[in-house]
Design a protein around this ligand. Structure first.
Ligand SMILES: *Cc1c(COP(=O)(O)O)cnc(C)c1O
Length: 392
């Protein structure tokens, strides 16, 4: 990878040390150009006319996203974020009293709220699988919990709140053996390291555009294994999802398009497509290797700073690094880093409920480099944290 060239192709790298890729990655020029040129075309000739002219490139988005996760184009539906994509999958399942939803301690906040609402509405039960001694989802415990009551296993691959990478391929083996649907929240993993739906064995996968995939904000997608359509009934129906039969009935569209909506920001869709293509072209293996190496360098550096503690769980840790500084709030640390031109964010206890219940350490400072960051930026960030911790 030519990091210098990649940085020249990323305008934001000239302004900040951007370590908030778990929040929103920096756009490349190619992606920015895809968005802006389509908006300009809409302004110049009309929105429908612009979509007509760019139809082929818009349709190619499904193929780009499928390529990225190892699925097929007809298994992709587009959304304006990952949460809506996840809701489209989750609310397509029917639950009855006594059914069980098995999830993990790293589950994302909105998913947890959806489980709780569904439990209240239907009498289904939410069961949180414990973590093992390394702090990742305990797959032996999951194996023991899966039984005839299990209606869904819903797991977050990489949490919003730390560097953990859950052992989801093992989860997939268990759910496949048991014939239980597996919904994977891959919002923080897609674009950060290789994600392959066949290797992971999930039935439904959701991701966002703006985080490690470096797409525009307001984009996301759902991948649904074709075989899973047999037990999913989309929660909403609209003209993009089904065809009126001329009487009082309708037929769902083929494939995952039945989950989608008619209207979309095509500028954003084209930006998402460009970002997905760039990630695949660069190679997700190489992207993942470098992102993890920068995460390790940052975590090791911070661990050596007096007064700073990192808090990432799991055997395998990714490019998300969480830490606390003795005697300071996470917001104070983030503000001090921002004043030095370093973008980070802060974890939110209510977005990671089960982890908050277990560890009660949030909010933490969250630093998330990506492949286009440099070793020098990482080292300068560790130095900045050393100064901040020493001055407290
Ligand atoms: C950010 C995040 C989401 C939500 O993604 P949106 O695109 O904001 O809807 C879901 N799951 C995880 C793990 C996240 O980090």
């Amino acid at each position: 990878m030519d990091i210098g060239a990649l940085r020249r192709d990323t305008p934001g790298t000239g302004n900040r040390i951007h370590l908030n890729n778990a929040g929103a990655g920096l756009l490349s020029r190619r992606t920015l150009e895809a968005v802006v040129s389509h908006l300009e075309l809409e302004a110049a000739i009309g929105g429908y006319e612009a979509a007509g002219r760019e139809r082929e490139r818009i349709d190619a988005t499904y193929g780009q996203l499928a390529r990225l996760v190892g699925g097929r184009p007809e298994e992709i539906a587009l959304f304006d974020n990952s949460t809506r994509a996840w809701n489209a999958a989750f609310y397509s399942l029917a639950f009855k009293p006594g059914d069980r939803i098995l999830t993990g301690r790293a589950e994302y906040g909105s998913n947890v709220l959806a489980y709780l609402q569904t439990a209240q509405r239907t009498g289904a039960e939410v069961v949180v699988v414990p973590n093992d001694e390394d702090g990742q989802l305990d797959t032996a415990a999951l194996a023991n919990l899966i039984d005839e009551r299990t209606r869904l296993v819903g797991v977050t691959h990489v949490p919003t709140s730390g560097g953990l990478v859950n052992p989801v391929a093992e989860v997939g083996r268990l759910t496949r053996d048991a014939g239980v649907p597996f919904l994977l929240d891959a919002t923080q993993s897609v674009g950060q390291f290789p994600v392959d739906v066949d290797e992971l064995g999930c039935d439904m996968l959701t991701a966002t555009g703006r985080k490690f995939l470096r797409g525009p904000r307001g984009t996301g997608f759902l991948w649904v294994r074709s075989e899973a359509l047999s037990f999913l009934e989309p929660h909403v129906v609209e003209v993009a999802a089904a065809t009126w039969d001329g009487n009082r009935g309708f037929t769902w569209h083929d494939g995952a398009r039945r989950f989608g909506t008619w209207e979309a920001s095509y500028a954003n869709v084209l930006g998402l497509s460009a970002a997905a293509r760039q990630a695949s072209d660069l190679g997700m293996d190489e992207i993942g290797r470098r992102a993890f190496a920068l995460g390790d360098r940052l975590r090791d550096g911070l661990d050596s700073v007096p007064g700073v503690t990192t808090h990432d769980l799991g055997r395998q840790r990714c490019a998300i690094v969480t830490c606390s500084v003795d005697g300071m709030t996470a917001d104070e640390v983030a503000a001090s880093l921002a004043a030095r031109g370093i973008n980070v964010s802060v974890t939110d206890p209510v977005q990671t409920q089960f982890d908050t219940e277990e560890r009660n350490i949030h909010p933490l400072v969250r630093l998330s480099p990506h492949y286009y960051n440099t070793e020098d930026e990482i080292d300068r960030t560790v130095e900045a944290c050393t100064e901040i911790a020493a001055a407290r």
